[in-house]
Write a new protein. Structure first.
Length: 302
């Protein structure tokens, strides 16, 4: 079990303030292949780039390394350019689980992003997976590459679908599929720099291969951004309230991915509708790389 100092476990720390600028939002949307909103509103998953890596930080022993395991995001209010936000965080829990490569340690962190009035804008629960380095245990699971993509920029989301009336959204309604390429190593490096993600497996192919991967790994928050874009593309006019994701196997730059989903819940509210979608990102060989859920809401027509 990874040792966490008692002074860190469960103790909330101030992670500083971030003044969001229009350029920050533009840089983020460009990195993840999205389109900036003309209102100056950031995409919901922009909050992950404000998180500034895995903080509070934990010093890892030299025979292990950490990877992004998943998250649960709650979007309470849009994050906008020109606003200042304070971020607080804590290590909420540490536990062990059995994975493909043996016993893993999971470090669960929670973070809150509040505006200058103290109003909660977003809540983040993240899971970091700490595993043995190759040579001290079995290497990380690998899989065959899909068709490579050499494009320098990620594929854009394209025009959104027409708004679907609430009455047309029902249980079992399928979303997608959306076929897209992953970003190039250069785009991933720019994203990692802007989000202060220092792990070299996101920027250096030789380091990534030394850890048992086929090449530069696509960061989990980038894949979460693709999920969010997919949901907005398929369900325009609905507001995303929550987005959860679990990362099952690594996605490598050059892989082709397929996003799909299905409506699993629908609830009538006094002031509108709420739906829940199950989401999947698969590699071109059919292996599930990411599973998740999204909760969306649409207000009643005026």
């Amino acid at each position: 079990m990874l040792h966490i100092p008692e002074s860190l476990l469960g103790h909330e720390v101030d992670l500083g303030c971030v003044t969001v600028t229009a350029q920050m939002i533009t840089d983020y949307t460009h990195a993840v292949g999205d389109t900036p909103a003309v209102t100056g509103e950031a995409p919901p998953t922009f909050c992950l780039s404000m998180r500034r890596g895995m903080t509070p930080a934990v010093t890892l022993p030299p025979d292990v390394f950490g990877v992004y395991g998943g998250h649960d995001l709650e979007f309470c209010h849009p994050i906008r350019a020109g606003e200042q936000y304070r971020i607080t965080g804590k290590i909420a829990e540490v536990y062990e689980k059995i994975g493909r490569s043996g016993t893993l340690t999971v470090v669960m962190r929670e973070a809150a992003i509040c505006d200058s009035r103290g109003t909660l804008a977003a809540r983040i629960v993240e899971r970091q997976i700490v595993r043995q380095r190759p040579g001290t245990a079995a290497p990380a699971a690998a899989f065959e590459p899909s068709h490579p993509n050499l494009a320098e920029e990620p594929e854009a989301a394209g025009p959104p679908a027409a708004n679907r009336p609430v009455a047309d959204i029902d249980l079992g309604h399928e979303l997608g599929p959306w076929h897209r390429a992953t970003p190039s190593a250069a785009v991933i490096a720019r994203y990692a720099a802007s989000a202060d993600i220092p792990e070299p497996l996101f920027t250096d192919a030789s380091t990534a291969r030394g850890l048992g991967y086929r090449g530069v790994v696509v960061p989990g928050p980038m894949l979460a951004a693709f999920m969010e874009q997919f949901v907005r593309r398929e369900l325009p006019g609905w507001r995303i309230e929550r987005l959860s994701a679990t990362f099952r196997v690594p996605t490598i730059t050059g892989d082709s991915i397929v996003l799909s989903g299905v409506i699993t819940e629908r609830h009538e509210l006094a002031d509108g509708e709420r739906i829940v979608c199950d989401l999947v990102i698969e590699h071109s060989d059919g292996e599930r790389a990411v599973t998740g859920t999204a909760t969306l809401r649409q207000p009643a027509a005026a």
